[in-house]
Design a protein around this ligand. Structure first.
Ligand SMILES: Cc1cc2nc3c(=O)[nH]c(=O)nc-3n(C[C@H](O)[C@H](O)[C@H](O)COP(=O)(O)OP(=O)(O)OC[C@H]3O[C@@H](n4cnc5c(N)ncnc54)[C@H](O)[C@@H]3O)c2cc1C
Ligand SMILES: NC(=O)c1ccc[n+]([C@@H]2O[C@H](COP(=O)([O-])OP(=O)(O)OC[C@H]3O[C@@H](n4cnc5c(N)ncnc54)[C@H](OP(=O)(O)O)[C@@H]3O)[C@@H](O)[C@H]2O)c1
Length: 536
């Protein structure tokens, strides 16, 4: 019998006010002989974004694998933090856009004069010609998570970086973090297909890649495949009544946040932004300062991000969802019956589909309606064949440390230091999760405090692995992040902290700490203790 950590175990340190979260992370206390133990020697990773880079570090630290290869289609690591200033169109963008099943994205060849290398952060390769994939970053994107909470476990942000760093700082930060794994990365190499070589739960994976510079394809087998391809590639634009007709008559006026780059593009235009999550909140705030006022902001539910980005003096008028498009008036009718005519621009900040075009041959299907990835265990392992795993599928989380916690488990499972439960138990986890949050968009959402509890449970699971001689930290291996009281406090308060930061206007660039925007962990802890004391 093998003992795994229990969420009620005293070794686990949840902040006192938090009820230990058992529903979404129902780890069993014991594992029987049915437990699947995997020992992989060769590992392929898809994607050298922050999650893939973190995974490579945890894999290396296991000192157990003969071969680790990270396939990355871009020319450098950093994932979507590679800003593509001038790319605002691609074949994925249709109106409406309701198809999650995209094919593998073709690269765009950019440059060969007059390509301005300095403008695109992915222009570090050849100054004349380079491969590029459209990124949803925009010119003035600053993080919406404070740097101390957002970053990796073992790398501080540069001293001079602002509290909510710019996208350029984040890319540099990921570069710095990934310096020691560069020898594992094959750049400009796209994974075009991957499938199991057998029906066994421990099957190896046949991985076909395309070398984008030569278009040559190559196939190799790996014992395990880790997918960190991101999920902000395929945009979603809802199929609202008469949207097609409207777009035909008024082509070029409907946009998606993936292709938004700068607010000046909307100067003087009568603009609607649809969606009030992170993209909708930030983009509407930016555009409101330039477009015809007030900016019209359409949303369908309350969002914690509504409060993260103030639009300052520029007004935004909040309206319900669009019910139908009215082509003859260049207008729209909202669900409350009000009509707006002569619309110049509509930005759909309505999110993305999960998409895995290179795993279309895997059965049972991983992608159905694009709202989540099916058949996972703990959002990570493909339960029927757990030699396939995923990183950072979750949303409403802090992605870098979540990827680290997940990677710490994956690395230990593939090195044989941790085991997985039997298939039936992994499937039950999925069924229980569906029963709790449904089989749609909510599946991978871990709104606070679920995210912190999940992160801690994953990291604790990793740390429960049997120590192995020769590994760092007295045989424990690379230690993943564990959230304590400060992280829970910061996570709970970051929307308000972000808003306060924004209200400093241009002076925000000088702000480096949470204290400077009027928030204090120590103070709030004391206040809470006082209140709790009064209650007792
Ligand atoms: C507009 C926007 C703003 C954001 N702001 C924040 C923020 O402030 N803070 C924060 O923490 N997070 C933010 N995020 C979330 C962001 O997704 C994560 O920070 C992070 O990029 C996730 O890393 P990843 O490695 O999982 O995915 P990605 O960054 O998407 O990287 C995936 C990599 O996989 C590669 N890839 C994909 N398919 C293939 C293939 N078939 N073959 C080879 N390579 C492939 C891609 O080229 C890419 O490099 C933001 C997201 C968006 C869209
Ligand atoms: N650093 C930053 O400041 C920053 C900026 C932008 C994005 N991001 C990140 O980027 C990622 C993606 O965020 P996102 O905002 O693009 O996508 P998202 O979080 O998936 O949000 C999509 C939004 O669209 C809404 N929506 C869908 N259909 C709608 C309709 N018909 N009418 C009105 N609203 C509709 C959804 O509402 P429901 O939820 O009610 O369905 C949801 O609020 C997140 O990780 C986010 O944190 C960060």
């Amino acid at each position: 019998m093998f003992v795994l950590p229990c969420l009620k175990c005293p070794r686990l340190t949840f902040p006192p006010s938090r009820v230990p979260w058992t529903r979404l992370f129902a780890l069993r206390h014991t594992m029987t002989s049915e437990t699947a133990s995997i020992v992989a020697k060769s590992i392929a990773l898809v994607g050298a974004g922050p999650s893939g880079v973190a995974a490579a570090k945890y894999l290396l630290a296991e000192k157990a694998f003969d071969k680790i290869v990270l396939f990355e289609q871009r020319s450098r690591s950093g994932g979507i933090w590679n800003y593509t200033a001038d790319q605002t169109a691609e074949d994925l963008f249709t109106i409406p856009q309701i198809n999650p099943r995209s094919r593998n994205k073709d690269e765009l060849w950019i440059g060969n004069p007059p390509y301005d290398v300095a403008r695109n952060s992915n222009g570090s390769g050849s100054p004349h010609k380079d491969i590029s994939f459209v990124s949803p970053m925009y010119e003035k994107l600053e993080t919406n998570i404070p740097r101390g909470l957002m970053g990796f476990q073992d790398l501080d942000w540069p001293e001079d970086s602002q509290l909510f760093p710019t996208h350029q700082t984040v890319l540099q930060y990921i570069d710095d973090y990934g310096k020691d794994i560069q020898h594992l990365v094959e750049y400009r190499t796209q994974v075009v297909n991957a499938e199991p070589t057998s029906n066994s739960p421990h099957s190896s994976w046949r991985v076909r890649v395309r070398h984008l510079e030569t278009s040559e394809e190559q196939e190799s087998n790996f014992d395990a495949l880790i997918v960190a391809n991101g999920h902000f590639i395929v945009p979603f634009i809802p199929d609202i009544r008469d949207i097609r007709d409207w777009n035909t008559k008024h082509a070029g006026r409907i946009h998606h946040s993936k292709y938004y780059r700068r607010p000046e593009d909307y100067k003087g235009l009568k603009t609607i932004v649809v969606g009030n999550s992170a993209s909708g909140a930030d983009i509407s705030a930016q555009v409101a300062a330039h477009c015809a006022t007030p900016l019209i902001w359409s949303s369908k539910s309350v969002s914690l991000f509504s409060a993260t980005h103030s639009s300052g003096k520029a007004p935004r008028r909040e309206v319900p969802p669009i019910k139908r498009f009215i082509p003859e008036k260049r207008g729209v009718e909202f669900e409350d019956g009000t009509i707006e005519s002569n619309i110049d621009a509509i930005i759909f900040a309505t999110g993305y589909f999960y998409s895995l075009p290179f795993l279309e041959n895997v059965k049972p299907a991983l992608i159905t309606d694009g709202s989540h990835v099916s058949h996972t265990y703990q959002h990570v392992f493909f339960a029927p064949q757990p030699t396939l795993s995923f990183l950072a599928l979750n949303q409403r989380v802090i992605p870098f440390p979540i990827a680290e916690a997940q990677a710490s488990v994956v690395a230990r499972v593939y090195s044989g230091r941790l085991s997985l439960p039997p298939l039936a138990e992994m499937q039950k986890w999925e069924q229980d999760t569906v029963a709790e949050v449904g089989n749609g968009r909510n599946f991978h959402l871990l709104p606070f405090p679920k995210d912190g509890n999940y992160l801690n449970a994953m990291s604790q699971w990793a740390l429960s692995a049997s120590p192995r001689k020769g590994l760092d930290n007295e045989g424990k291996g690379k230690v993943p992040p564990i959230w304590g009281e400060w992280e829970f406090w910061c996570r709970e308060n970051f929307p308000a902290i972000r808003r306060a930061f924004g209200e400093f206007g241009e002076r925000r660039h000088q702000i480096k700490s949470i204290g400077e925007v009027g928030f204090s962990f120590e103070k709030s802890k004391k206040e809470k203790a006082l209140i709790e004391g009064e209650v007792i």
